[in-house]
Design a protein around this ligand. Sequence first.
Ligand SMILES: [Zn+2]
Length: 210
Amino acid sequence: MSRMLKRYHIEMTRAALAPHFSARALEIIVAANLKQDSLRNQFGHDEIHYDNNAFDKGDRYIIEQRGYLLATLLSPGILGAWIAFGRLLHTAQDFYAHSNYVTLWLDQYDGAPPPPPEIEPLKKELIKSPSLRSGKIYFPLDALYFFKPLRPLILKFLPKDSHGWMNLDEPAQGPKFPYAISAATKRTAHEFDLLRKILTPEMLARFVDK
Ligand SMILES: [Zn+2]
């Protein structure tokens, strides 16, 4: 039960991928990304959004979707590859909005951190840090949190380890938000780079559809 605003998933995905993919491929990738926040994907799917400290499950979800992507490209199909890519990008982007990765990265700099474009999205000691956490979902409080007028009241009832307190889903969450956007955009580019290294030239050409 948590979502980064649609707008940011769209912007980050486009910023990282528009130079590489055809317009129709990008449209399907973005649509599959956004569909991950549909109501039926909000309940009982911590792995899709890295909620509730589901780091192993989230990592596995990304690997599985990469597997579907490859399986599709090994067949004559293509649609499934774009959908799987959109799905895994959503999860990869949510990692930075729902975990304390940005906080851990900033904490390295003792109050004088570099600006958001400098953030490294996959710093090993942070990804593997025992201090890595993601927001816990408390029902029904975290559902009520989404009614903006109630938010200040609901936050008083929510523990500090909740999604409500921890999320970087939108600019109102403060100065850490641009770091989450920068890290997630870089991670999106990284996910494409990975595929560029793995796929055969023929598969890659079909995948980017250009
Ligand atoms: Zn999400």
